[in-house]
Design a protein around this ligand. Structure first.
Ligand code: UD1
Ligand code: CA
Length: 449
């Protein structure tokens, strides 16, 4: 059965108090919209239609960033969820299969839940995802008998008796696409909000002799984001789940609640993550690596057996091969460190490659930027970079070479060579003693000459 996703994302999200469309606000470094799409991807959709309105251009760009073949349709005026779905009609021309309606601001509907809905379509023409709400508040209520759904009543239109129902509407709905469009044609805006409610298709379907059913899911999955407080709650929920998943998969998190993960963080088995580590987007950590406390990683790869931190910063393009050591107060950006490289203290390595087993001394800096262009530093294998070396790029250190501590290296160093790039030392015997007594005498006179 082929599937089309219709993702509703036209709403303004007034309560976010934002200039940005609500669905572009991020949880774990990904827009809410991506989270919503991610669940739907499990169904291997043949078409993806995103209904945009507010900030439509930015929403479209973001949707296509995640799913390049997503079609974006514009709902210029937000006249209700059924009206929003109707905007997808043209984009679904020639499509034969099921449509699943998702909300862009409801990020956590799981793959398994959507698969259950797809299966329930074998028994029902319209399938709605419901949940038992702790506090059903203003959710639409599902009037159901077991798994059979009679109708959905919006809170504003519900009677007291209907408001007492706790089985609530998540908003997710599945039906044959052509059937859904035909049902939507019959929806009116004759209700308390004056909107075209998607929820009305259930009663309309039943009136036409079609069947409707409920699939239930956990309330946590249906969490929607309407405010910054909701966004913070969604972040917390995401983090809690992502940490629990890593623990299940054999990752040690010494203080799970202090580790922040991104939507796409990948961490292998037997990795140890110490407290207060932050993972930005696009990080992979292989089996058995150790990420020590207070490190910040984004856009990087850490191979087996590597040790990072404490207090290390790995920025986009940092690639650490097996058994690399990156220590405290070291920043690595766009640089490949081969097996066994050590950069243990207070260094900046940017736009560089470093060969196997090379040791980079404390305080080394790749001077990669001339104010206009970035330049590369190439360091061979088995090199010893003396402490406090300034490597003025573009520059190359040959295999097995060495730089003297405190050097400023502006020219390439041949393999096996020692480069000294510092002023020769001058020592004046007894001078310190004389200088000290002069200064102390001056202090005794009250600082006067
Ligand atoms: C909707 C459901 C309600 C359900 C609740 C779950 C209807 C009529 N009601 O109510 O039963 O319990 O969601 O959260 O469907 N949108 C558009 N265009 C529009 C209107 C909405 O794109 O014209 C989008 C919004 O951006 C949002 C989603 O659809 O992502 C839901 O709309 P919203 O107005 O929040 O619906 P609710 O009133 O919460
Ligand atoms: Ca809502």
């Amino acid at each position: 059965m082929s599937t089309a996703l219709i993702v509703l994302a036209a709403g303004k999200g007034t309560r976010m108090m934002s200039d940005r469309a609500k669905v572009l606000h991020e949880v774990a470094h990904a827009p809410l919209l991506w989270h919503a799409l991610r669940g739907g991807m499990a169904l291997d959709p043949e078409r993806i239609v995103v209904v945009a309105g507010h900030e439509a251009e930015a929403v479209a760009a973001s949707a296509q960033d995640y799913a390049p073949d997503a079609q974006v349709v514009i709902q210029a005026e937000q006249r209700g969820t059924a009206h929003a779905v109707a905007q997808a009609r043209d984009a679904l021309q020639g499509f034969d299969g099921d449509a699943i309606v998702l909300y862009g601001d409801t990020p956590f509907i799981g793959e398994a839940t959507l698969e259950r809905m797809a299966r329930a379509r074998a028994t029902h023409d319209v399938v709605v995802l419901g949940f038992e709400a702790d506090d059903p508040a203003r959710y639409g209520r599902l009037v159901a008998d077991g798994d059979t759904l009679e109708r959905i009543v919006e809170y504003k239109d519900a009677t007291e008796a209907e408001r007492a129902i706790t089985l609530s509407n998540s908003g997710v709905l599945a039906a044959d696409a052509a059937t859904l469009m035909a049902l939507i044609d019959a929806v009116s805006d004759d209700n308390a909000s004056g909107e075209f409610y998607l929820t009305d298709v259930v009663q309309i379907a039943r009136g036409r002799g079609l069947s409707a059913g409920v699939v239930r899911c956990d309330e946590a999955e249906t969490m929607g984001v309407n405010s910054r407080a909701d966004l913070a709650r969604a972040e917390a929920a995401f983090q809690a789940r992502a940490r629990a998943l890593l623990l299940d998969e054999g990752v040690t998190l010494q203080a799970p609640e202090t580790v922040m993960l991104a939507w796409d963080t990948v961490i292998g088995r037997d990795v140890v993550v110490e407290p207060n580590v932050v993972f930005g987007p696009h990080v992979t950590v292989e089996t058995g690596a150790v990420i020590r406390a207070f490190s910040h990683l984004e856009g990087c790869h850490v191979s087996r057996g590597a040790v990072v931190g404490p207090y290390a910063r790995l920025r986009p393009g940092a690639e650490l091969a097996e058994d690399v050591r990156v220590g405290n107060f070291v920043e690595i950006k766009n640089a490949q460190l081969a097996e066994g490289v050590k950069v243990n203290h207070l260094s900046y390595i940017g736009d560089a490659e470093i060969g196997e087993r090379t040791n980079v001394g404390a305080g080394t800096i790749t001077c990669n930027y001339d104010g206009v262009f970035k330049h590369r530093t190439v360091i061979g294998r088995d090199v010893f970079v003396g402490s406090d070396t300034m490597l003025v790029a573009p520059v190359t250190l040959g295999d097995g070479s060495m730089t003297a501590s405190g050097s400023t290296i502006t020219e390439d160093v041949a393999p096996g060579a020692l480069a000294l790039g510092r002023a020769r030392q001058v020592t004046k015997p007894g001078f310190a003693e004389k200088l000290f007594s002069m200064l102390r005498a001056r202090k005794a006179r009250g600082g006067k000459d």
